[in-house]
Design a protein around this ligand. Structure first.
Ligand code: FES
Length: 91
């Protein structure tokens, strides 16, 4: 089992979420950064248009899908933040 080393505390990267600047800790997931920034709804359900947000945070439920750098349907809980990343929520 690979053990990932934690980045130094306080090392920040900048994301753009629906054109809003959001700072995140280097090494954290996009879902974690979005939740920390106050986003509670990441998308709407295709059937009823209900707001959806992360549930499992381990890549199983697919409730955290967002668009990242133009690629739709990315699991934000399984994606690490990067400097300048553009995240689009369809809330
Ligand atoms: S929160 Fe469940 S797959 Fe991302």
């Amino acid at each position: 089992m690979e053990v990932k080393q934690k980045p130094p505390a306080g090392e920040l990267v900048t994301l753009w979420v629906n054109d809003r600047k959001v700072e995140a800790q280097r090494g954290e997931s996009v879902a974690s950064a979005l939740l920390a920034a106050g986003y509670t709804s990441f998308r709407k359900s295709p059937e009823k248009g209900e707001p959806r947000s992360p549930l499992c945070l381990m890549g199983v439920c697919f409730e955290c899908l967002v668009e990242i750098d133009g690629v739709p349907g990315v699991r934000s809980c399984q994606t690490t933040v990067c400097e300048g990343m553009k995240v689009k929520l369809s809330r």
